[in-house]
Design a binder for this molecule. Sequence first.
Ligand code: PGA
Length: 254
Amino acid sequence: MRKPLLIANWKMNQSKKELDSYVRSFSKPLASFVNITQDISIVFAVPFTMLESMQHCVEQFGLKVIAQNVHHKVSGAYTGEISALMLKELGIWGTIVGHSERRQYFGETDALVVEKANLCLTHNLVPVICIGESLQERQNGQTQTVIYNQMSALLDGVTDLTKIVIAYEPVWAIGTGLAATADQAQEVHAQIRSMLQQKGGSSLADNCSILYGGSMKASNTKELMSKPDIDGGLVGGASLIPEEFAQMVREIIN
Ligand code: PGA
């Protein structure tokens, strides 16, 4: 039904000249798996400047490449921005939208995230839409409300919910080494799936991939992935180490 999906989010890291060696180190431990992409989708969200080169490096393995951000207008006087059309021109699969670092440092709101997602959909790019509560919100017992509000904005505003990926990333777990427990993550994933069910029935809820993100690594992959509503991961720090990221793939398909 839902194939596992593992996305590396490199953020503002790595270098173009090391892509080849990264991909070699990543694919080597996976060489014994024939047709790996039948069992799992593996995606790299790399900086804009590396998109094309990374695509060249990974296409022979059937792996996909996405961007980490996109502007909410299709073209115009927006110095320094990248549009969905430009991304589409590269032939990439999609882009992350509304990562908590974008929301936190660049003031992205739910409304803007919906605009970006819709522009992606218009141009056949898959938006990987991030939601999640802050530490303070969790401590105040507001997790469910925060998720409800963020999801409601998506459910009301996104034009085609069948073509999105949702990533639940508790902000307190990102880059802290303190991942959510599998039970904590499952609780929120179940809430997300039930909201999808209410909006679009089983065909929407059963087919939407909901990823977990936040200090996910090889050692906690199996437990997180054992939960019924966790379909994969959005992985920051651990994806920078090719052997570690390959191990996460093994944990999922083994
Ligand atoms: P992390 O980042 O795995 O380093 O916590 C995840 C993310 O921000 O997508």
